[in-house]
Write a new protein. Structure first.
Length: 251
């Protein structure tokens, strides 16, 4: 019997999980990506790119492809896709769980300012001009235009096009993981006095948080959205184990 697994991805964890689950001789794994990155990484399983057309479209896909297990391994800030996944799983009855990396936790020496949204975070940068290192998704930068008095250094995987409508903005294209020494050198060299970021969690981009702690730089951190109340694991070992359990139960 062949088990068909659909992983909703876009994260490092989704890629690794797909690789691990594809090792089984009786599994077919498809990884679904939103398609927002122009040059996505190479993946070890077939990839589906694009939306489903809401929870109804996802439910139709699950039924048509006879999916045996649905795993939500999207980004912690992909609240809409996670909500659609939970609804589709309920409607179809397909076994389902979420893999979501743990959020970063404040530790001694951190200078964090909590924000409820990106717009709230921009407002909390203050009225005085600051040199701000921005590590948000390229489609989430519009609120920066409400505070044009700051100087922005924006890092993203893809180019920012069109550029921000602010007087001072520069851009870096790079994909993590980032090393601590490199991040420390960047922040110090650019005389950054604030970082604007989301609490994405994970190791790949944590170095900037560590470097900010060492340099005494404020981090204005957008907290995560509230997700559906579904079974969730936060590490690869538990995700692989739970996937096998769900497939065994379904069989």
């Amino acid at each position: 019997m062949t088990h068909r697994i659909l992983i909703l991805g876009g994260t490092t964890e989704a890629r690794e999980l797909a690789a691990r689950l594809a090792v089984g001789l009786n599994t077919e794994v498809v990884l679904s990506l939103a398609g927002r990155t122009s040059e996505p990484m190479q993946y070890p399983v077939p990839v589906r790119i694009g939306g489903f057309g809401g929870p109804a479209g996802l439910a139709d896909y699950i039924g048509e492809r006879r999916i045996d297990l649905l795993i939500d391994a999207t980004h912690p800030f992909s609240a809409q896709m996670s909500r659609h996944a939970a609804i589709a799983a309920t409607e179809t009855g397909v076994p389902f769980f979420k893999l979501c990396r743990a959020a970063w936790q404040k530790t001694e020496g951190d200078f964090w300012t909590d924000a409820s949204s990106i717009a709230d975070a921009v407002g909390k940068l203050g009225k005085n001009k600051r040199s701000v290192f921005v590590t948000l998704g390229r489609q989430e930068l519009a609120p920066l235009s409400s505070a044009p008095h700051h100087s922005y250094l924006v890092r993203s995987v893809d180019p920012i096009d069109p550029p921000l409508a602010v007087p001072e903005a520069r851009y870096i294209q790079a994909r993590g993981p980032f090393a601590l020494a490199t991040e420390r050198e960047l922040l110090a060299g650019e005389k950054i006095d604030a970082i604007l970021a989301k609490n994405s969690g994970g190791d790949a981009t944590y170095a900037k948080i560590h470097a900010a702690r060492e340099l005494g730089i404020e981090v204005v951190l957008v907290r995560r959205p509230v997700h559906q109340d579904v079974e969730t694991v936060d590490n690869m070992k538990d995700a692989v184990s739970l996937a096998h359990q769900r497939l065994a139960s379904a069989a």
